[in-house]
Design a protein around this ligand. Structure first.
Ligand SMILES: Cc1ncc(COP(=O)(O)O)c(C=O)c1O
Length: 458
């Protein structure tokens, strides 16, 4: 039997077993059952290899989390070293070196006065923690009536029930409405589809004005305003106009509302700076990190809070002001070790400095996409890119959901050797920060050709 036949058999077996036993996230399994599922066997740098040996560019950083590539010796080694010590011991009632060291590093890196680090396992949990912290902060500061949240339309903060409550994507969230708590919704400054203007600064002012209306009317009820800084990712990569984050942050201060920056997607260099909120000199009261925290290796999230928030929980035991929250794997030592190694690589390899030219290369490469008639809008914040496809550019007419335009584009891209994942009609690119120029050019040309060929039938 040849090596090729062996690997084809292996792939067939895995595919059958996958379809028989697994249930994939955000996936209509009836469709999945018809697909030739790609089974990934290994990774190397910015490449993923399937069980047939075919290689693909990891064009969305393994769902927006990979930073330095796959099989990075320094991170592999840090995890192996920790494995030689202990894989897991609880953070409830005990502590350990990797979490202590990582907390010190995160507190030093974080903007403003964020000084306390609370760990969990995913971005959604990090958001739940932020919401519960903000709620309890006010309850324990003599303002229990400040117990509601404000958010943007089309917001996405994760899939647990609290995170879905502060979400605003109908397709994902509507079915769960009876389970959710009510929030105040302000419009998202979606320049391409703003009804009254296409001038970013006008959109910025009008959207911020709506936030202020909500704050003015409900300031006494609102605990916190939660936002994805600079770029609303899952909504379809909606890049906010310059100054919007700053204005929203000023309004939270003015109206005595806590600001939660959800940097789960934008953190760790994705927008060109370590954290997106740095670009508008915004200092949140609470910041949520996950995805790139471990370089994309292991599940870990961190919710950072200011000392002021922390102090509202500081009391005699009998007062029961403890933050009653924790998970079995809180601050897992392997994940914390990976995170420390990843942060070390940012410094050692001057990742952020080297990124500037790549972001510019990406920007220039994307200009060409407007040649394609189905490309309506191209949005970018650093290495986060959304290409919105439309049926009729003049009228910005969206494709019907059933046309699966995004899915069809990424299927073509996959055949050409790049893994992408669409958000409805928006093609997302989010390469690992270390992608080389030639790889970046390949990713752009595969995406361009895939959109062109798919669009040719319209
Ligand atoms: C802004 C934002 N917040 C929270 C989450 C949820 O993170 P996780 O998937 O790790 O639960 C995501 C995931 O994409 C996100 O983009």
């Amino acid at each position: 039997m040849t090596v090729q036949t062996q690997s084809r058999d292996k792939t067939r077996t895995f595919r059958e077993m996958d379809k028989r036993y697994t249930w994939h996230p955000f996936t209509q399994m009836k469709e999945w059952a018809r697909e030739d599922v790609v089974v990934i066997e290994r990774g190397e740098g910015v490449w993923l290899f399937d069980t047939d040996g075919k290689k693909y560019l990891d064009g969305v950083s393994s769902l927006w989390c990979n930073v330095h590539g796959h099989r990075v010796p320094e991170i592999d080694e840090a995890i192996n070293r920790q494995l030689g010590a202990v894989a897991h011991s609880t953070f409830l009632g005990l502590s350990h070196r990797p979490a202590i060291e990582l907390s010190e590093k995160l507190a030093a890196l974080a903007p403003g006065k964020l000084s306390r680090v609370f760990y969990s396992d995913s971005g959604s949990e990090g958001v739940e923690i932020a919401l519960k912290m903000a709620f309890q902060f006010w309850a324990q500061s003599g303002r229990p009536e400040k117990n509601r949240f404000a958010r943007l339309k089309l917001a996405y903060h994760g899939d647990t029930v609290g995170a879905v409550s502060v979400g605003g994507i109908e397709l994902f969230h509507d079915i769960y409405k009876p389970l959710l708590f009510k929030t105040f919704e302000a419009p998202s400054p979606y320049v391409y589809r703003w009804p009254t203007s296409s001038d970013p600064q006008t959109v910025c002012a009008e959207a911020a004005g709506e936030i202020e209306n909500i704050f003015r009317k409900h300031r006494g009820e609102i605990a916190a305003f939660i936002i994805e800084p600079l770029m609303q990712g899952a909504a379809g990569m909606i890049a906010h106009p310059r100054g919007f984050l700053k204005r929203a942050a000023e309004l939270t201060k003015q109206y005595g509302i806590l600001l939660i920056c959800d940097e789960v997607a934008t953190g760790f260099g994705r927008t060109g700076t370590m954290f997106a909120c740095e670009q508008e000199e915004v200092n949140p009261d609470i910041m949520v990190l996950a995805k790139g925290l471990t370089g994309g290796y292991l599940p870990l999230a961190a919710t950072l809070a200011t000392e002021e928030i922390f102090r509202a929980f500081w009391a005699d035991y009998s007062e029961c002001k403890t933050f009653f929250h924790g998970h079995t794997y809180t601050a897992n030592p392997l994940a914390c070790s990976a995170a420390i190694a990843s942060l070390g690589l940012f410094e050692k390899n001057q990742v952020l400095k080297n990124l500037r030219l790549k972001i510019e290369r990406l920007r220039r490469g994307l200009e060409k996409f407007y040649e394609l008639p189905i490309v309506g809008d191209v949005r970018q914040a650093g290495t986060m890119v959304g290409i919105e496809l439309v049926k009729d550019r003049g009228h910005k007419t969206p494709f019907a959901w059933e046309e699966k335009i995004g899915v069809r584009v990424i299927e073509r891209a996959r055949k050409k050797g790049a893994i992408l994942r669409p958000l409805g009609p928006v093609i997302v690119l989010m390469p690992p920060l270390v992608m080389e120029n030639t790889e970046l050019d390949d990713l752009l040309s595969i995406t361009y050709d895939s959109i062109r060929e798919t669009g040719a039938g319209h």
